[in-house]
Design a protein around this ligand. Sequence first.
Ligand SMILES: [Fe+2]
Length: 350
Amino acid sequence: MSVVTSVLNRRRFVLAATGSAVGMLAAPSILRAAGEINLYSSRHYDTDEALYANFTKETGIAINRIEAKADQLIERMKAEGANSPADVFISVDAGRIERANTENLLQPIQSDVLSSRIPAYLRHSDGSWFGFSKRARVLVIAKDRMDPKDAPSYEALASEAMKGKVLIRSSSNIYNQSLMGSIIAAHGADEAAKWATGMVANFARSPKGGDRDQIKAVAVGEGDVGVVNSYYLGKMMKSSKDDQRQAADKVTLVFPNQADRGTHVNISGGGVARHAKNKDGAVKFLEYLASDQAQEYFAAGNVEYPVVKGVPLASPLDTFGEFKEDTLDAQKFASLNGQGVQIMDKAGWK
Ligand SMILES: [Fe+2]
């Protein structure tokens, strides 16, 4: 059986990471009481518990959580078709959320709350999905070996001077695919291909590990500059583990492209499922995620940037400083994701 029911929360179902589509179909059917919503989520942060608990406290609407990797949830929803019990789909990275949308698994909704609180570039134009938190794809440079002015941009990482210094995870990673989408949007496919080739030529090692591993590798001197999502550095800074804090302490955060288009930002977000049986509850939940309270949780719990202006930043986000972000439409770089993969493949980006 590929389903584990949490002993802490009988409403929470976690699919094993290795679960096949067939295994997932064998999952027990999810019973729904009146006023409940079924949330299919690939967010994997324990700090989200407070979000769900507070929503239920405020609205009386209980949440049944079905948690798995995004691609597993997408496959599951496709297989369930019109019988899908999903009311809300939540994931990370606009590329993935748009993938669910192009598979016809989401439905457009109208919400004045969402369209007024969430900037247009962080949501789908027809209301199919919305970003609820932001993450910047930043540079982490070795404090003692590199100066911030030596790494001013993503483009600079592909220059001759960076040979053997660059650390970044694999091209199969969606964060890199979306970054690549933003490079294509900025420069066109030909220049983007040159950039990818330049990056590969400068790799300190064959891409491996997650974003935290790139930070650790800079800390131990395997390379001098890493490309990572901002919240990983923030979470290492406030980690209870000595080695994580020590590694984070050896790097300096640099927001790239401050002199031109700004730093690439991505979202975590989601939308109402195509076959939602409790659409009202689903919309209420999405509107709750855009509330000041929920926005503060994203910042305080997972070190993600709120999408709503004026929401205070908890530590250590507030220490990162102001930065100019690339306000390229998330829908745009998400749609260039596939082309990004092809370019990285061709460049030999493992
Ligand atoms: Fe992540």
